[in-house]
Design a protein around this ligand. Structure first.
Ligand code: CA
Ligand code: CA
Length: 303
């Protein structure tokens, strides 16, 4: 049970938003508004060990204003001042003790789309973060970053609804805006005039099923899509706004079995081995059981 709860906590933290715009933001301050899921931030296109100071607020946000960034080696998305995920240990900073949590995510990222790791540094996340202390702390836990990407003070909403925000970051000159479902705007002020407003397609969504077959001829049907597996683990993407469903093996024969690693539903990763409904696994001398990646018989895993 403990393991299942941990996986649910992980799934809640991976948000499916795609990078919509980046650009210069002279003066380092911005205002904006949103309806639906988004991330907007002001900072720097290259992360460093700088100390980051800011002011601002967001009405209707789930996160921020607070530090948010990416590294490309390893591919990591990080948040300073929130928890969620698997604990990797604690470290000290001049703002007190932090605990590093990590999540495995799969979806839009700075390289396009695919798997990445999310770091959540839980502690006092307010203005005045010394990023060198965080990076050193992560290294001490075996989670160091070798290649920084961008680094901003961001606001984020993932729970629907609308709101508005303002952010002012000392010395910053760049912005990023990610959109999920809905729309958002970010307007840089303070001497610049950069304005961007981006609207997503709205209502659409993506589901990714990661699976393989033992023979390479197994047929799978899930979320309205039918395809044939290969013998190596690979991702199959489906355009669907569904938030739950089944992955079914339909042509069982001698030598054919299906291994499902996980399904990403609207940005939430759901491991097959954490699902209680599995009508195709061979357990206790019959077809059907629970908590397995395997479909040995014709049957389905419920997600
Ligand atoms: Ca798995
Ligand atoms: Ca079989």
């Amino acid at each position: 049970m403990k393991k299942v709860l941990a996986v649910l906590a992980i799934a809640a933290m991976c948000v499916s938003v795609a990078q919509a715009a980046t650009g210069s933001c002279s003066g380092g301050s911005a205002t904006g508004s949103f309806s639906g899921s988004f991330v907007g931030g002001v900072g720097w296109s290259s992360g460093s060990s700088r100390t980051i100071s800011w002011s601002g607020s967001c009405s209707g946000c789930n996160y921020g204003p607070a530090v948010y960034g990416w590294a490309s080696s390893p591919l990591v998305e990080y948040y300073i001042g929130r928890g969620g995920g698997t604990s990797r240990g604690s470290y000290s900073t001049s703002k007190g003790s932090f605990t590093l949590y990590t999540n495995s995510c799969n979806g839009p990222n700075i390289t396009g789309s695919g798997p990445f790791t999310q770091y959540n540094a839980s502690g006092s996340g307010g203005s005045g973060q010394n990023m060198g202390e965080h990076f050193n702390g992560w290294s001490s836990l075996g989670r160091g970053l070798s290649s920084q990407n961008y680094q901003v003070v961001a606001v984020e909403n993932w729970s629907g609804g609308s709101g508005s925000f303002n952010i002012s970051v000392s010395g910053a000159n760049w912005y990023t805006l990610w959109i999920g479902s809905g729309s958002a705007s970010l307007n840089c002020g303070g001497g610049g005039s950069t304005t961007t407003t981006t609207t997503s397609g709205g209502g659409g969504g993506t589901i990714v099923v990661r699976a393989r077959g033992t023979a390479g001829s197994e047929s799978v049907t899930a979320f309205g899509s039918t395809w044939t597996l290969s013998t190596s683990m690979s991702n199959h993407s489906i355009s669907s706004s569904a938030t739950s469903g089944t992955v079914c093996f339909t042509n069982d024969a001698s030598g054919r079995d299906v291994q499902v690693d996980y399904v990403v539903i609207q940005g939430s990763t759901k491991q097959a081995e954490s699902q209680s409904y599995n009508s195709g696994v061979w357990q206790n001398s019959k077809c059907g059981g629970s908590y397995s990646e395997w479909l040995h018989c014709n049957g389905c895993i419920g997600f």
